[in-house]
Design a protein around this ligand. Structure first.
Ligand code: SAM
Ligand code: SF4
Length: 332
């Protein structure tokens, strides 16, 4: 038996795996500077993560994205990527991909390509060295640019993810589009999501993408495209550069109907919706036996609980985030 279909008839074919909640950056909207990370003994081993991924593949998942935290800072991460890459070679997986802050790409890009990865998402909110250091707290723009060069060199297609932030990078929208055009990168702007407590009030920098898009349309021609991912991004083409541009507006509900994804944390919690707190424990059934029956049963039960939509709200009367876990736990 295969195929994961939720109660609303949506087929779940896409698994996102946060392989670690740790990171070598501390982006302001994502983490507090002094973060409490998950206790190491709670983490699944890479072999266990691999086993869960394999169970999902048996159930018809054909796309896996590794994320985090920063996936490329987990020790030995390439062993998991190599193992998952075998499912690309066998044709069971259509796509294996990665969301990364780019800081380790200079080292890993070539190996990622060898493992069957063809496209990656790299998060980059500013092309100004000082602003980049200030938003990431611990990051260096030069490292990421070097990583991006290497990614291009080995043939990885890159999509840049930029979180749109008022009074931070709203003046860089045009330069980001221009630069992505020159480098041949697609670009997605993301609205800040109220996930996990950070050191500041997110509403201070909240910038609705409707405003960003309006500004872009003053200088660029956006043409509609038929490109659909089943995800929260609305994609268009920038006529002048020929590259794709996306807008991720998680606070709107317009993408839930086509949601095809679930998210696994590095401790084996399966979240059926990014914007809800309900989760299913996969670690216990995984460890109950060496066979996968219990694990597959747990996965099926979780999918039968996938909710219709999410409850994100960002407003000043509501100072606590609606979703208490940080994005680095479920990986965005
Ligand atoms: N470390 C990797 C990276 O930065 O790409 C992968 C994990 S990171 C949590 C995944 C994406 O989530 C990044 O593009 C990041 O900008 C975004 N992100 C993190 N916290 C967010 C928040 N509160 N609202 C919106 N996007 C957020
Ligand atoms: Fe790390 Fe990515 Fe979060 Fe930045 S957005 S702190 S790079 S996990």
């Amino acid at each position: 038996m295969s195929g994961l279909v939720d109660p609303f008839g949506r087929e779940v074919t896409y698994l996102r795996v946060s392989v670690t909640d740790r990171c070598n950056f501390r982006c302001h909207y994502c983490m507090a500077e002094d973060m409490n990370f998950l206790p190491k003994p709670d983490l699944l081993s890479l072999e266990e993560l691999d086993r869960i991924c394999r169970a999902f593949i048996r159930r018809g998942v054909d796309k896996i994205r590794l994320t985090g935290g920063e996936p490329l800072v987990r020790r030995n991460i390439m062993s998991l990527i190599r193992s998952l890459g075998n499912h690309i070679a066998s044709g069971k997986l259509k796509e294996l991909t990665l969301t990364t802050n780019g800081s380790q790409l200079a080292k890993y890009a070539e190996e990622l390509y060898e493992c069957g990865i063809r496209r990656i998402n790299v998060s980059l909110d500013s092309l100004d060295e000082k602003k980049f250091s200030s938003i990431t707290r611990w990051g260096k723009l030069a490292d990421v640019l070097k990583g991006l060069d290497e990614a291009k060199k080995v043939g990885l297609k890159v999509k840049i993810n930029a979180v749109a932030l008022k009074e931070f990078n709203d003046d860089e929208v045009d330069s980001l589009i221009e630069w992505c055009g020159q480098e041949s990168f697609d670009l997605t702007f993301i609205e800040t999501m109220p996930m996990g407590e950070v050191d500041e009030d997110r509403t201070d920098h909240y910038l609705p993408l409707s405003i960003v898009r309006e500004k872009i349309e003053n200088s660029w021609t956006l043409e509609s495209t038929f490109y659909q991912t089943g995800g929260p991004a609305d994609y268009l083409t920038v006529k002048e550069t020929g590259k794709r541009i996306g807008f991720i507006t998680p606070l709107s509900h317009n993408f839930c109907e086509s949601c095809n994804r679930v998210r696994l944390t590095c401790t084996g919690q399966l979240f059926m919706c990014l914007g809800q707190d309900d989760w299913k424990d996969l670690r216990t059934p995984l460890r109950l036996s060496e066979g996968d029956d219990k694990l597959l049963e747990a996965i099926d039960e979780a999918i039968s609980r996938k909710p219709k939509g999410h409850d994100f709200v960002i407003d000043r009367s509501n100072s606590k985030p609606i979703v208490s876990r940080h994005m680095s736990v479920t990986g965005g």
